[in-house]
Design a protein around this ligand. Structure first.
Ligand code: SF4
Length: 156
């Protein structure tokens, strides 16, 4: 089958967040998709070689530079994680993705500005952008109902 849904690993309870935790969403549709075997979960930051736990990172506004709160430049790891995520998505036949909102990797349309002051800007995370540029439709977990509608439409 060539129809899968990519999902941020932290959204299905994998402890891959920077702080070692997860963002598990306990909703029926995710459970159903998991049972149907259509979910492909991954964490771009782990794929890029970063550890769990790791320092919080933000994209410097308007660039592809990613800095840790400590000042360390992790742009290469983020770029690698995005490429790996795309490679897996293409291999698995992914047509849509559900990605964690506001993450510097996974965030869709809104992320933080790189100053670590909780200031939001209109931009997407590094992986989200690459997936979108490659024709994969991305939803955040806050748009699950849209994701469901898209998935149903694809199935018709
Ligand atoms: Fe979750 Fe994405 Fe952050 Fe990994 S990079 S912890 S999948 S939001």
């Amino acid at each position: 089958s060539k129809r899968k849904i990519l999902i941020s690993a932290c959204l299905i309870g994998e402890n891959v967040k920077y702080d070692g935790g997860n963002n598990a969403l306990h909703v029926k549709v995710l459970e159903q998709w998991r049972e149907e075997g259509v979910l492909v979960s991954l964490c771009p930051e782990v794929l890029g070689g970063l550890n769990v736990p790791r320092p919080a990172c933000e994209v410097l506004e308007g660039t592809t530079t990613v800095l840790c709160k400590s000042g360390e430049d992790v742009s290469e790891e983020f770029a690698k994680g995005a490429k790996e995520s795309l490679r897996i998505a293409q291999e698995e036949g992914v047509c849509m993705a559900i990605l964690k909102a506001r993450s510097p990797s996974c965030g869709k349309e809104i992320i933080y500005d790189g100053t670590f002051t909780s200031t939001r800007v209109k931009d997407s995370g590094i992986t989200c952008k690459l997936l979108q540029e490659s024709g994969i439709t991305v939803f955040s977990e806050e748009e699950l109902f849209l994701a469901e509608a898209f998935w149903r439409q694809k199935g018709e």
